[in-house]
Design a binder for this molecule. Structure first.
Ligand SMILES: Cc1ncc(COP(=O)(O)O)c(C=O)c1O
Length: 359
């Protein structure tokens, strides 16, 4: 018998692997990780207690319907449980959305550069990516995105604020865009960084979804709520879409630890959002510091800043690392830097200043 490898789907050829932000090197000179848009604060004691209690039962499968969490989310956001679906992080839910809508021959539109999982999960689904360049100001070009719709378009991601640029789209332009999208195309408002927004012109996707059956909103517990390591996110969508998400979910994908910690986080929201407020203040300090140093920085509403460094990207990232912070380079394009604890932000600002003075 000749030896052949098992047949794999041709769609997988050439898929770029997801690159996580690098951790700070153990034992090395680097002290702070600003490369994954994580929350720098440790878990709240009350949330930790709930997770530890759940850990005592991990010989059992979790509640597959995530009943407690669904009820808590329904209460918190004023939506019916039938409009909710959970998954292993919002990236898991995004993948469920693609499985539910798109396959070979279909098209998926997203801005580029945006969240790096979009091209990967689109390619896995077998659908064709239609990336639409950001404007020169690093903002979604919603007119060009609407122009890109064809009768093969099944799903459009709008990342608001956009990862990695931190830029936002405003209410009026988003409504105008949605008016142009056929009602059988799903528009996914990815609001992973929603809680960091302070610009009143940025709409809450949940207000928009209520009157638009082709809009789904993605949210996560990974960022503002600080549960990145537990992997839990959710979508709010009208019934046919939410029901399809429950069908495409990995059975028992959200652990009981994650479910209980998410419920506890919603119940401790005031405290958690207080921490978000401190990060937003740090964001302003970092942004203003960079502008004062002479950098051009797109206004950011997320927990990170973007520096379009082009060919100097790798050198800048190396300089930051030498100074004690790991940032996220996108080779040839720019560097994304997460807002961390004040000490980390100080180190970053010093490194940026030193780099600029050498230019
Ligand atoms: C825009 C955006 N969406 C979704 C996610 C996924 O987050 P998670 O899967 O941890 O919920 C991220 C994470 O970086 C993100 O930046």
């Amino acid at each position: 018998m000749s030896e052949t490898s098992p047949k794999l789907r041709a769609e997988l050829d050439g898929i770029p692997t997801y690159k996580p932000g690098r951790p700070a090197a153990a034992g090395g000179p680097v002290a702070f990780k600003l490369s994954s848009n994580e929350n720098p604060y440790p878990p709240l004691p009350g949330v930790m207690e709930k997770a530890v209690a759940a850990a005592g039962n991990f010989n059992r499968y979790p509640d597959m319907a995530c009943t407690g969490l669904m009820n808590e989310l329904a209460d918190r956001f004023g939506v019916p449980v039938s409009h909710l679906a959970t998954g292993t992080g919002s990236v898991g839910v995004a993948q469920q959305l693609l499985q539910a809508t798109s396959g070979p021959g279909d098209e998926v539109i997203y801005a580029w550069r945006s969240f790096e999982a979009y091209p990967i999960i689109t390619q896995i689904s077998g659908a064709t990516s239609v990336p639409v360049p950001l404007t020169s100001g690093d903002v979604h070009d919603l007119d060009a995105m609407a122009d890109a719709v064809t009768d093969r378009t099944r799903l459009i991601f709008v990342c608001n604020p956009n990862n990695p640029t931190g830029t936002v789209v405003h209410r009026e332009e988003l409504e105008r865009f949605l008016d142009r999208i056929p009602s059988d195309v799903l528009v996914v408002l990815d609001e992973a960084y929603r809680e960091f927004i302070r610009d009143a012109e940025v709409p809450d996707g949940l207000e928009i979804y209520r009157s638009r059956p082709n809009v789904a909103v993605l949210r996560t517990f990974s960022k503002a709520y600080g549960l990145a390591g537990l992997r839990v996110g959710f979508a709010v969508a009208h019934e046919p879409v939410a029901a399809a998400l429950r069908k495409t979910a990995v059975p028992f994908g959200v652990s009981q630890l994650a479910q209980d910690a998410a419920v506890a986080s919603l119940q401790a929201e005031d405290e958690l959002l207080g921490r978000v407020g401190a990060l937003v203040a740090e964001r302003a300090r970092v942004y203003e510091g960079l502008v004062k140093q002479g950098w051009t920085v797109p206004p950011t509403q997320a927990n990170f800043v973007w520096l379009r460094l082009g060919e100097r990207t790798a050198d800048f990232a190396a300089a930051c690392e030498e100074a004690g912070v790991v940032v996220r380079p996108f080779p040839g394009e720019g560097v994304r830097v997460t807002i961390g604890e004040s000490e980390a932000n100080d180190i970053f600002l010093h490194a940026a200043d030193a780099f600029r003075s050498r230019l």
